[in-house]
Design a protein around this ligand. Structure first.
Ligand code: ASP
Length: 304
């Protein structure tokens, strides 16, 4: 019999001021919703319930409250992964689904696919088809450059204020591990951009030895294939999940971009919750012990 454990995150980024009490309260709500599901239905239900709770909390960048794209719309990504059997489901660029993580679960359960993307991704692909008659064919290089520069500046500025993606990892009493992540993406992102969160092995991954949900600089997390890298280190070197997370964040992700964070669970013990940003909203429960920490709220641990 394994010791049940659950961890949730509300994104890694700069230490944000304001609304911290609301964020802590939402993390605690997610922890209790996830824990109830963990008790009654197992790890997969737990990560979904925890992430759905955070998707409904407007303080976070997932579901309601997601950041806006460069053209002022919401495009959300989410993924869920089941460690025992290697199943996974994900959605990208969805704009109207209240709980993207629930849709990711349906992709996993009811289709032969892993990742389905919304119409925005198709629009983006059409826009990029320069051989055909796209609007950009009529745009001079100078005008295109000016537009791209404006977008790049907006993205760089918005990244400084990033954070707020949500995720959960769970271990139930049978020892099954699961992970889920949900996000509105990077502020000011180009329409059609897909981050690390819905990419199995990048921002979300689970197998029989660890479950990982990442947050932060999505492009760096993708290039490092960070969540799978943690699992591969654990599998091939036998090191603890916590050490694998630290190594991947510092040795693989950091050299490729900006800061990131992750929560991870192995077959036993407490969750690892490292980050290289200023702050990461997070909460955890292992058996009867629980803890919560947010940007301005110091880590608080105690009995459940
Ligand atoms: N990793 C997310 C993305 O790039 C953003 C975040 O975690 O803040 O879409």
């Amino acid at each position: 019999m394994a010791e049940a454990a659950l961890a949730v995150h509300g994104g890694a980024g700069p230490a944000q001021r304001g609304a911290d009490e609301k964020r802590v309260a939402a993390l605690e709500r997610a922890l209790s919703a996830g824990w109830a599901a963990l008790d009654s239905a197992g790890a997969l239900e737990a990560v979904q319930a925890a992430v759905e709770t955070l998707e409904d909390a407007p303080e976070f960048n997932a579901g309601r409250g997601s950041v806006l794209t460069a053209d002022g719309r919401v495009e959300m990504d989410a993924a869920i992964a089941s460690g025992t059997d290697g199943r996974a489901g994900a959605v990208a660029c969805v704009s109207r689904v209240r709980h993207p993580v629930a849709l990711a679960r349906v992709v996993m359960e009811a289709t032969p696919h892993v990742l389905l993307a919304g119409p925005a991704a198709e629009r983006f692909a059409e826009e990029r088809d320069l051989e055909l008659m796209t609007p950009s064919w009529f745009v001079t290089p100078r005008q295109r450059e000016r537009h791209d520069r404006r977008v790049a500046d907006a993205i760089a500025a918005a990244r400084q204020a990033g954070g707020g993606t949500v995720g959960a990892v769970a271990r139930d009493r049978t020892g099954a591990l699961a992970a889920a992540t949900s996000t509105g993406g990077a502020p000011g992102q180009l329409p059609g951009r897909i981050g690390d969160s819905p990419l199995i092995g990048a921002g979300t991954y689970a197998d029989t030895r660890c479950a990982v949900s990442a947050t932060g600089d999505g492009e760096a997390v993708i290039r490092a294939v960070a969540a799978h890298e943690v699992a591969a280190l654990v599998r091939h070197t036998g090191i603890e999940v916590a050490e694998a997370c630290e190594r991947v964040l510092h040795e693989r992700v950091e050299p490729l971009g900006h800061g990131a964070g992750m929560i991870a669970l192995g077959p036993e013990g407490a969750p690892a919750m490292p980050f290289t940003t200023e702050a990461m909203h997070r909460a955890w429960r292992v058996g009867e012990r629980t803890g919560v920490a947010s940007a301005t709220a110091p880590e608080r641990a105690g009995p459940a």
